[in-house]
Design a protein around this ligand. Structure first.
Ligand code: FA5
Length: 341
């Protein structure tokens, strides 16, 4: 074997290797177990002792020389590959980033939270109630006469003779009083269902927030003060409220509550929010009818009194954001909902 020729041929091949993988193939051919040079080293032992040393020196030098060339080439190739990667992987930090769309709460949910936050701030406890409820809670225990029109199948979704999709959140008043003695400072929110024909201010499914306070010495003045605080938190610090007589079966006296218009100078000129009235209706309320205490234990109308109120979340959202038709809130067109994200 001509060792010099082998070394110079292998060196040329190693130096010509185009990448790390090709270099590794060549390394196995010239320095691997089956390489002629390595075989020759293995066969040294069979040589006569006087030839063995000189041949051994020559072969080992050749091997070390080739190992050095391989190492050198590997370093060179790795350096080039790194340079190439740095060149092609370069990040242009001035390019616009990729925007990852973030989720957001639906406007109904945002409004629900804003309103509940106000009452939590007043110290109310937030409770939950079932959307499918007994006629007992939805109507009977709320003092609705057996002939009350809202009980009719044309107004209310019945699931069975004695089970309805609740038409309001007021059943939670009775459930809360059943659950424990006074004092009560409770707020609840949730979906309600009515067979109303959909229009700009009505949908068959909508969201109400209900409040109930029962304690010693509670008067209509407390109700008015509470609703004034609520109106100012939600519609602006300058707002006033006014109570107008109304009727609900479960409150006596009952009132409808208006908030002073937050959109106009209130000088009678045309206004799309209050229609020039200066006032906007926001909710129904009243003093808890003492009859209701008869449906629960531990509430003595001689000892305690209370007020309750209920409002429509979609209507409040519509007023605050100038939404002309609350059906938009349920259509879930992202071009609409995205404006409140
Ligand atoms: C009630 O439901 C009473 N339970 C409120 C109440 C509670 C009074 C406690 C006294 C004491 P009313 O039917 O007016 O009242 O509904 C209250 C609010 O729910 C309305 O002002 C309106 O904002 C909303 N609402 C009622 N029906 C619909 C509907 N079909 N679509 C959207 N919102 C509605």
């Amino acid at each position: 074997m001509d060792v010099d020729a082998l070394v110079s041929e292998a060196t040329a091949r190693i130096e010509a290797a185009r990448d790390v993988a090709a270099l590794e193939e060549i390394r196995i051919e010239v320095l691997g177990r089956k390489a002629p040079l390595v075989q020759a080293l293995r066969e040294l032992a069979s040589l006569p002792p006087d030839e063995r040393r000189a041949r051994g020196d020559e072969l080992n030098r050749a091997r070390r020389s080739l190992e050095g060339v391989v190492d050198e080439r590997a370093r060179e190739l790795r350096r080039r590959e790194l340079e190439e990667r740095l060149r092609t992987d370069r990040v242009d930090v001035t390019l616009p980033g990729v925007r990852h769309p973030r989720g957001y709460s639906h406007l109904i949910e945002q409004t629900r939270r804003d309103i509940l936050d106000v009452f939590v701030g007043f110290g109310y406890v937030v409770v939950d109630g079932p959307e499918i409820d007994l006629v007992h809670y939805n109507f009977d225990a709320l003092n609705h006469a057996p002939t009350h029109p809202s009980r009719q199948v044309t107004d209310t979704f019945y699931i069975a003779d004695d089970v309805v999709l609740r038409t309001h959140t007021s059943p939670v008043q009775i459930r809360t009083m059943e659950a424990g003695p006074p004092p009560v400072y409770m707020a609840t929110a949730g979906r309600c269902y009515r067979r109303d024909t959909p229009d700009a201010t009505h949908t068959a499914m909508f969201t109400q927030i209900e409040g109930l306070v029962v304690d010693r010495g509670i008067t209509l003045a407390h109700l008015k003060g509470t609703l004034l605080g609520f109106a100012r938190a939600i519609f602006g610090a300058e707002r006033e409220v006014r109570l107008r007589p109304h009727f609900f079966p479960f409150t006596e006296p009952s009132v409808e509550v208006d908030v002073s218009c937050f959109n106009c100078a209130r000088d009678g000129s045309p206004c799309r929010v209050c229609k020039g009235e200066g006032w906007v209706e926001i909710l129904g309320a009243g003093m808890v009818d003492p009859n209701l205490y008869g449906y629960v234990d531990g509430y003595d109308p001689e000892e305690v009194s209370g007020f309750a109120f209920g409002l429509g979340v979609e209507r409040v959202a519509g007023l605050r954001h100038d939404i002309p038709d609350i059906r938009l809130l349920w259509e879930n067109d992202l071009r609409f909902t995205g404006q409140f994200g």
